[in-house]
Design a protein around this ligand. Structure first.
Ligand code: SF4
Ligand code: SF4
Length: 446
């Protein structure tokens, strides 16, 4: 292991970039390079400074004051997806995100508005609208009406949508099919049959607005598996987008609010069905470590579970209705790398009669969604989206499952222009269909 001493200035100047990074974490990296081939940006660009090892070198160089935090360094760090594939690949246990996230937070604090990866209006939209489910629903009203009237397809066919500003067009292209009316979740689903557990469900903000049917499916699957499901009305955004963008104070504030809301009832688990949100909940202890809420954060994190993980721990009731489909499963980064959950969703899908799960090349390589990355870095996001879509196409699967809202949006966007029809959905949608016999459209229409 490299044993460079802690620079004398490190502890002395708290305003310095990296002053709040545990410097010992840098020393875990022995520069072996075994992480590089797992890194999506390295796979695409082949440049050392766009690999985990290169980025660790850059961050440490800036912290040691050997390198200036210039535009090139910022560029290489902005291009990082924070997907944490490097953590899975690293044999030395480097906790890369614990270096990147505080480093990014410091970069954000020192960055003029003109250098922000996202323009001001998009940051405002991201942090003030997309993090509040009711605002997301209102913001989507015009899109819901256009879709209901079929005008969205007309506008796309006429080329009108190509005239939208790039950033707005990118957001519009990502939209899934939206029901005209949002059907709000009740705040309680009583267990069916013998009660086996009491859980709280994080409905999410973007997820609740864009994937309301998946939230319903999740709650009902838990209910059918003997869970009382409580959905607190005044829960707030998990803070994942803020934490990844380096907005630590906002992420901490949201974590405190959720801790206060979710501790009002005694539950066995706090369940999330979005990988990014679940990973954020499990990080509350770390996020609040330097605050008076450190212990509360740890207790909360200790109860946080991804829904696939929770169901496999509980022992799922096997579904019975067949879904005769060849299917592929994409590992969302924040499920497989951040939470180390790979088998649980596959095991649940394997319970579905008739569903044939095939293997997917590069299943654990990021699809390019990565929170707000596809808005901030659309070119790299598109390259990774196309890379993922081509691997999925090669499987010949008619169903694609992944357990993260951002991945669902990104994969849909990049597969919609490819030949053939596919069902792109969350494992909970598949389980619900198999429990109830409500066939997905792809089976109804042949
Ligand atoms: S992060 Fe891990 S795998 Fe990558 S160079 Fe450092 S020690 Fe090696
Ligand atoms: S987090 Fe992902 S994109 Fe960033 S260095 Fe690690 S593997 Fe590469």
């Amino acid at each position: 292991m490299t044993t460079l001493p802690l620079p004398m200035s490190a502890a002395a100047d708290s305003s310095r970039i990296g002053a709040d990074i545990d410097y010992e974490l840098f020393l875990d990296c022995v520069h072996c390079g075994l992480c590089t081939s797992a890194c999506p940006t390295y796979l695409e660009l082949g440049t050392e400074m766009d690999s985990p090892r290169g980025r660790i070198y850059l961050m440490r160089g800036v912290v040691d004051q050997r390198l200036p935090l210039d535009s090139q360094v910022k560029r290489h760090l902005d291009l990082c997806l924070d997907c944490r594939a490097c953590e899975t690949a690293c044999p030395s246990g480097v906790q890369y995100h614990q270096l990147l996230e505080p480093f990014r937070a410091a970069m954000q604090r020192n960055r003029p508005a003109a250098e922000q990866p996202l323009p001001g209006w998009q940051r405002w939209l991201l942090f003030n609208v997309l993090t509040q489910a009711h605002w997301v629903r209102w913001a989507l009203l015009p899109a819901r009406v256009l879709q209901a009237l079929g005008l969205d397809r007309l506008l796309a066919a006429s080329g009108w949508s190509r005239r939208l500003p790039d950033r707005l067009r990118q957001m519009q292209e990502m939209l899934p099919e939206l029901p005209l009316r949002h059907r709000p979740l009740p705040n309680f689903f009583p267990a069916k049959g013998k009660r086996r557990a009491v859980v709280a469900l994080l409905a999410g903000c973007v997820n609740d607005a864009l994937f309301s049917a998946t939230n319903w499916a999740t709650a009902r699957v838990l209910q059918l598996n003997g869970c009382d499901v409580w959905i607190p009305r005044d829960q707030v955004c998990c803070g994942a987008l803020h934490a990844h963008a380096g907005c630590e104070a906002e992420a901490q504030s949201l974590a405190r609010q959720n801790i206060e809301v979710f501790q009002r009832r005694s539950v066995d688990a706090i369940v999330a069905n979005v990988a990014g949100c679940g990973a954020a909940l499990k990080e509350y202890g770390h996020l609040l470590a330097a605050t008076p809420q450190a212990q509360a954060g740890q207790r909360f994190a200790g109860k946080a579970r991804d829904v696939n993980e929770f169901l496999m721990e509980l022992g799922p009731i096997p579904p019975t209705h067949p879904l005769p489909l060849k299917a592929a499963y994409h590992d969302a980064c924040h499920l497989c790398h951040a939470q180390q959950i790979r088998q649980a969703p596959r095991a649940l899908l394997a319970l579905i009669p008739g569903l044939q799960l095939t293997t997917l090349d590069e299943a654990e390589v990021c699809c390019g969604a990565a929170g707000s990355y596809n808005l901030a870095e659309p070119d790299m996001a598109d390259r990774l989206g196309q890379r993922k879509a081509s691997h999925l196409l090669a499987t010949g699967a008619r169903a694609v499952f992944t357990a993260n809202a951002g991945c669902l949006l990104q994969i849909r966007k990049h597969m919609q222009s490819l030949p053939g029809r596919r069902w792109i959905a969350h494992p909970m949608d598949a389980l619900w269909a198999s429990y109830t016999g409500e066939s997905p459209a792809i089976l109804r229409k042949g």
